[in-house]
Design a protein around this ligand. Structure first.
Ligand code: UD1
Ligand code: CA
Length: 483
């Protein structure tokens, strides 16, 4: 149920220079979704009446992602006044004037902060009737963070930014995580009073704390239980760390749901993937996007599936597949490359060193070895010979190959599309099929074989081949020259 007295502000206007990226920082993905999507999902779980995202750098790209993942979020543009205080001030101004509930402030670059932690923070804030409640963290190395300054009684008196801190303050190990709950009324009243006279020339949100203290309003700081939850992503190393943590949680979730994951450290599963019970994942497997895997499947090792559908009991080894459908009890790989539009029917097979694209291969049909099958339809129970190529491209246009059911094609065939092979037809080894093959026919296109007897003895005298040939004929003279 929506909490009419709660708003969430997501800060995402910062430049993110340390990412050294042309992509906005909050759009870098972890577990298949941009960081900001994770934060928006968490915000949504708090069931606030309003979600706002403050943008400035690459505002068009960031706001497009915001709308994609939270279409009811309010996008607030920050002006040229820098600082978290200004960002929140503008966001609060964008709330209805009569909103006087609580405001959760989080950063778009802290993807693993969860709704349970934030929900508890809101409850503590409300139970204490505080004006501000800061989620803090106690760190061994507090470098760079704002420090939580407390008086002798332990009450929070200020947050001092690292760059503005003296030695006494720098020695404090309790830091501001950058997530808070504020009374909206406190922000409305105090943010306009905050200036930019500090080491960074920015309007600090954290200055609200000292002002509240001056007016004797209660401020609390609550240390987070697990520091990694509040870790921000400022560079690619931190991006990888948080991605690995999230992946470990996702893998564990699947394990607890009955999926065997042999090597969690090398198994990467996007948040959006679903996997059925008793499915087994072997090392170096990446399951991405909208991939769904039914029960009893065996995936990997060394397999990447992006936006794929895998049926019950299917086996997919050493395979790279995108937008492919692999139906129940089919087998794929090793070393298969399934491109978009591949659909393999139940019990079918795409074997070693086979590439497919836009290919519907019917139930129990097989493409077992060394083939390229593109823009093709194969019926049921057919077998495509080793080394078959569908020549689907005439240099200008793509054409379709249609193979019926219960067809047996020879090894090393080329199907020059457009071409149709009827039900129950056969083709000989090495055939180049340029014309349609009627149902039940045997198609052959290779010229009849001619053997030129004695050709080697005559034309390659003295060679090892000639000697072997002569020996096979039982002849004595191995060297017709007599030398
Ligand atoms: C901020 C806190 C600091 C805390 C740290 C935790 C302030 C003044 N300091 O510092 O006490 O320990 O976070 O990581 O708040 N942002 C905007 N608009 C701006 C500036 C920043 O939206 O004008 C956003 C950023 O995109 C980011 C968040 O606010 O998501 C924090 O900004 P950042 O510059 O990283 O703050 P810090 O200096 O790290
Ligand atoms: Ca930061």
């Amino acid at each position: 149920m929506t909490d009419p007295r709660l708003a969430v502000i997501v800060l995402a206007a910062g430049e993110g220079t340390r990412m050294r990226s042309k992509r906005a920082k909050v759009l870098h993905p972890i577990a298949g979704l941009p960081m900001i999507a994770h934060v928006l999902t968490t915000a949504r779980h708090l069931e606030p009446a309003y979600v706002e995202v403050v943008v400035r750098h690459q505002r068009d790209e960031v706001s497009a992602a915001v709308i994609e993942f939270a279409d009811d979020a309010i996008v607030v543009d920050q002006d040229e006044v820098p600082g978290t205080g200004r960002a929140v001030e503008l966001a609060v101004q964008a709330l209805p004037a009569d909103f006087d509930g609580d405001v959760v402030v989080v950063s778009g670059d802290v993807p693993l902060l969860d709704a349970v932690t934030l929900g508890a923070l809101v409850e503590q804030h409300r139970a204490a009737a505080a004006s501000a409640t800061v989620l803090s963290a106690v760190l061994d190395d507090a470098t760079g963070y704002g420090r939580i300054v407390r008086d002798a009684s332990g009450a929070v008196t200020a947050i001092v930014e690292h760059k503005d801190a003296d030695e006494t303050v720098l020695a404090i190990t309790e830091v501001n995580s950058g997530s808070y709950v504020f009374a909206a009324s406190a922000l409305r009243e105090l943010l306009p009073r905050i200036g930019t006279a500090n080491a960074q020339g920015e309007k600090y949100l954290t200055d609200v704390v000292a002002l509240l203290r001056e007016s004797a309003a209660p401020v609390a700081a609550v240390p987070v239980a697990e520091n990694w939850r509040v870790a921000g992503v400022n560079d690619r190393a931190q991006l990888a760390e948080q991605a690995a943590r999230l992946n470990a949680m996702i893998v564990r979730g699947h394990q607890l749901n009955g999926v065997t994951v042999h090597d969690p450290a090398t198994t990467w599963i996007d948040l959006t993937v679903s996997i059925g019970e008793d499915t087994e994942l072997w090392p170096n497997t990446r399951l991405a996007g909208a991939t769904t895997i039914e029960r009893d499947a065996v995936i990997g090792p060394d397999t990447t599936l992006v936006d794929c559908e895998v049926g019950e009991g299917a086996i997919v080894k050493r395979t790279d597949a995108t937008l492919a459908v692999i139906r129940a009890y089919a087998t794929v790989g090793p070393f298969a490359y399934l491109r978009p539009g591949t659909e393999l029917g139940g019990g079918g097979k795409i074997g070693a060193f086979v590439e497919t694209k836009n290919a519907r291969i019917g139930r129990s049909s097989k493409v077992p070895h060394l083939s390229y099958i593109g823009d093709t339809e194969v019926g049921e129970g057919s077998n495509i010979g080793a080394g078959t190529i569908t020549a689907n491209y005439d240099g200008v246009n793509k054409h379709r190959t249609t193979v019926g059911s219960h067809v047996r094609t020879g090894s090393h065939n080329v199907f020059v599309a457009p071409v149709t092979i009827g039900d129950g037809a056969y083709s000989g080894a090495g055939a180049v099929i340029r014309k349609d093959v009627p149902a039940g026919a045997l198609a052959m296109s290779v010229a009849p074989q001619r053997n030129l007897d004695g050709w080697v003895l005559t034309n390659r005298p003295g060679s090892a081949a000639a000697e072997a040939a002569a020996a096979a004929e039982g002849g004595a003279g191995t060297d017709p020259s007599g030398a």
